[in-house]
Write a protein that binds this ligand. Structure first.
Ligand code: GLN
Length: 279
């Protein structure tokens, strides 16, 4: 079978399975398996693939047609220009979250200490430390299986001499010390909404990373109130939020004593980040 025949077959199979980005996913899987890039389809489409490549591609397309997320098949997701390992135990890093990281980067002067609450794959903390050579940090998560993924990402993406640790903790329970910045992209979807999400999310991503309780605000409430004991003077709290949560989260932060609470929109024009600091 030629490279192009494989692609056309995969594309048709994924379209039939109602995969939203069927053409893109068919191409990404083929490139992942053959070690090629997007030019190969245009320039070398008539080359034959090996029998092994074809078998691997068929298996991958079959999985994707069952609505297993692309990233669970390839095992990776790019975020902030870095390639993170992912599996079913962590939320797949979202491009939306890059705006959160970009809001924090200008605050990372030398020696700044960051806490990433609900760190998951570690994508937020690790990219902050990757782009800010002198910052240090702690990533906390309730899930030991998520922390295994975060630690693998840390080994792959940060130099071994960086000051970074990961702790298994139910919110602040096992967190020690104080921080200049606390960041969190906590679970924030209302329980009721989850069953209407696409199968890739609701059937394959960890419920623990999605469910923000009945009103979606459980983690914001707890983190806004409790982070005060862990923030240094003039410390800052940064949250990623759902597009319709800005007013409520802003209010929670103000009630907890944060000032200059600011809402930032993402590239799609939706409210995405809320941050403020302690006077
Ligand atoms: N902090 C991680 C991320 O942004 C995990 C978030 C979560 O599990 N809700 O990808």
């Amino acid at each position: 079978m030629t490279y192009r025949d494989c692609y056309e077959w995969g594309k048709a199979a994924l379209e039939k399975a109602k995969v939203a980005e069927f053409a893109l996913d068919a191409r990404f899987l083929l490139e992942d398996i053959c070690g090629t890039n997007r030019n190969d389809l245009l320039v070398h489409g008539d080359r034959d693939v090996t029998g092994e490549q074809q078998a691997l591609y068929e298996a991958a397309i079959e999985k994707r047609a069952q609505r297993i997320p692309l990233q669970h098949i390839t095992g990776t997701q790019d975020f902030m220009g870095l390639t993170f390992r992912v599996n079913e135990n962590v939320l797949i890093p979202r491009q939306d979250t890059e705006i959160l990281v970009e809001e924090i980067l200008p605050h990372l002067s030398s020696g700044v200490r960051i806490l990433d609450m609900c760190t998951g794959s570690g994508c937020i903390l690790i990219s902050l430390l990757h782009y800010s050579l002198w910052a240090e940090g702690v990533g906390a998560d309730i899930s030991p299986k998520a922390l295994e993924v975060a630690k693998r990402n840390r080994e792959a993406l940060l130099k071994p001499d960086r000051q970074v640790s990961f702790v298994e903790s139910n919110l602040f329970e096992n967190v020690e010390g104080t921080f200049d910045i606390i960041v969190s992209n906590p679970p924030y979807i209302r329980t009721e909404v989850i069953k209407g999400l696409m199968p890739e999310v609701k059937d394959h991503e960890p419920m623990l990373a999605l469910d923000g309780s009945e009103d979606g605000l459980y983690f914001y409430r707890r983190i806004a109130a409790e982070s005060k004991s862990y923030l240094r003077r003039e410390g800052r709290l940064f949250f990623e939020i759902g597009y319709d949560q800005a007013e409520e989260v802003k209010q929670l932060m103000e009630e907890a004593g944060f000032i200059e609470v600011t809402v930032v929109k993402d590239f799609a024009g939706l409210d995405r980040v809320v941050h403020g600091y302690l006077a």
